[in-house]
Design a protein. Structure first.
Length: 408
C-alpha cells in the first residue's frame, strides 16, 4: 500500500506543476515486451519518446518533440519516466496543447529488433490546459504559484517521511582521509531552471551533453555542466554566462563548507530532498581516494559502461561479483560492462564517472569542448580565476564542468 500511495503522490506533484503553467512534464508508463511477446525484465533500455501532432484534416501526423531516456525495466517489464525531462534539442514548453489531437510514440530496441508503440494522448494535457485558464481568472500568477508551491511542499514533505524516500546514495564507502569516509551520489548533478529543481541523474552513465548549450533562467530541459560555485546562493545561478572568473563562488577562496557548494545550499529532489545532506570533495580528498588509501592503485580504472567511456572507482571494501572481472588499466576496452553486469558492479559499491565535455565561451559563443574527459569540479580553488578538478587539473571558474556529490 505504501508503494501505491507513493506512485499516486508523484503523479499528483507532476500535475500540480502542470496546472501552474503550460505542461512541463507528463508521467508515462509502459510495459516492454520482446517481438516474441515475453516481458523484458530488469534491463536497461534506451527509449525514444516523440510527441506527434495530427494535421487539421487528419491526413498526416508530424513529430513536434523528441527526447531520449535511459531507463530500467522492473521485474514486471514496466518502465516509468517523465516526458519533458529526457535528452532533447527541442523545447517541451513550446507545445500548444490546445491544438491537438496529439499522440505519443515510444520506440526502443529489444534483442536487435525495433519495438514501437503509438497511442493517442487523451484527456490529461487538455484538462490541465483548461484548468490553468480557469484558475488564472481567479488568481493572479504570483498568488496561484504560491498556492501551488505550498501544496507541493506539503506533499513532498509527506513523501520524505515515507519508507520509499530516495536517498540517492550508492552503497560503497570510500576513505577520504585516515578517519573519514563518504558515499557517492547515484549520478551526476542535474538542474532544471524552469522548475528550479535539482536532481541526480538516474544512471551513473547519464550525461546531458548538448542541453548545456541552451542553459537559461527559463530553460525547460536539464543541464549538468556548471560554472564553479553556481549553487544559486548569493545570485550565483547555474545558468550564469559571465566570463569574469571572480564572479564565481565568493571570488577568491575555496567553497568548502559554504553555501556556494551545490549540495549544501540545495535540496536534491531524489537525494533526500533537504539542504545540507550532500557536498563536494576537496582536491586533497579526491587525491586520497585515488592515490593514498589502502590498495588505491587497484581500485580504479578506465572503463566503458553501457557504451559510455569513463572511470570506475571501487570502494574500500569491494568484493568482485561472481563471473565478472576488473583490471586497472588505461584503455577503455578491458573493463567493459553491459547493463546487467554493471548493475552487479554498482550493487557491490562501484562508482562510475562518465567522461564529459566541458562548456566554455569563445567570442561570446557558448561551446562544448571537442574531447570528453574527467572534467569534475572540487570545492578547492587554485587562484582567483581557477578552481581545481577531481583529477588534478585546473580550469577557469566560468567553464562549465560536471559535479558529483558525496555524503557522510
Amino acid at each position: 500500500m505504501k508503494r501505491i500511495l507513493t506512485i499516486i503522490t508523484l503523479f499528483f506533484v507532476s500535475s500540480l506543476f502542470l496546472l501552474a503553467q503550460v505542461p512541463q512534464k507528463l508521467s508515462y508508463q509502459a510495459v516492454i515486451r520482446s517481438a516474441a511477446g515475453t516481458l523484458v525484465t530488469e534491463e536497461y533500455l534506451e527509449v525514444e519518446i516523440s510527441i506527434l501532432q495530427q494535421s487539421e484534416n487528419g491526413s498526416t501526423i508530424s513529430p513536434l518533440y523528441t527526447e531520449i531516456h535511459t531507463v530500467k525495466t522492473t521485474s514486471n517489464g514496466i518502465i516509468n519516466l517523465e516526458i519533458g525531462t529526457g535528452k532533447t534539442l527541442n523545447d517541451f514548453s513550446k507545445i500548444d496543447w490546445s491544438k491537438g489531437p496529439y499522440f505519443i510514440q515510444s520506440s526502443t530496441e529489444v534483442d536487435g529488433k525495433s519495438v514501437m508503440v503509438n497511442s493517442q494522448l487523451l484527456s490529461v494535457p487538455y484538462a490541465l490546459y483548461s484548468e490553468k485558464a480557469k484558475y488564472a481568472e481567479s488568481f493572479d500568477e504570483a498568488t496561484l504559484q504560491k498556492i501551488i508551491d505550498a501544496r507541493v511542499k506539503a506533499i513532498v514533505g509527506n513523501m520524505n517521511n515515507g519508507e520509499n524516500q530516495d536517498d540517492g546514495k550508492l552503497p560503497g564507502r570510500f576513505s577520504v582521509s585516515s578517519s573519514k569516509s563518504v558515499r557517492f551520489s547515484k549520478g551526476n548533478l542535474q538542474y532544471q531552471a524552469s522548475s528550479n529543481t535539482w536532481k541526480f541523474a538516474e544512471n551513473q552513465f547519464d550525461t546531458m551533453e548538448e542541453n548545456n548549450l541552451h542553459a537559461s533562467e527559463t530553460y525547460t530541459g536539464w543541464i549538468d555542466l556548471f560554472g564553479w560555485g553556481t549553487s544559486g546562493y548569493n545570485d550565483k545561478f547555474p545558468w550564469m554566462a559571465s566570463i569574469t572568473d571572480t564572479d564565481y563562488g565568493n571570488g577568491f577562496n575555496d567553497i568548502t563548507g559554504s553555501e556556494y557548494d551545490w549540495g549544501i545550499y540545495n535540496a536534491i529532489s531524489n537525494g533526500g530532498n533537504q539542504q545540507g545532506i550532500w557536498h563536494l570533495l576537496t582536491r586533497s580528498e579526491w587525491s586520497y581516494i585515488l592515490s593514498s588509501r589502502k590498495n588505491a592503485s587497484n581500485l580504479k580504472s578506465n572503463a566503458t559502461v553501457c557504451g559510455v567511456k569513463g572511470y570506475i572507482i571501487l570502494p574500500d571494501e569491494f568484493e568482485l561479483p561472481e563471473a565478472l572481472t576488473f583490471s586497472p588499466t588505461t584503455d577503455y576496452t578491458t573493463n567493459t560492462y553491459g547493463a546487467k553486469d554493471w548493475e552487479k558492479m554498482e550493487n557491490a559499491g562501484a562508482v562510475f564517472l562518465p567522461n564529459v565535455k566541458y562548456k566554455y565561451s569563445l567570442s561570446s559563443k557558448v561551446q562544448l569542448s571537442g574531447n570528453s574527459s574527467l572534467y569534475y569540479w572540487t570545492s578547492s580553488c587554485s587562484s582567483p580565476i581557477e578552481a581545481q578538478t577531481a583529477f588534478g587539473s585546473y580550469y577557469e571558474r566560468h567553464n562549465g564542468l560536471a559535479v558529483r556529490l558525496v555524503t557522510e
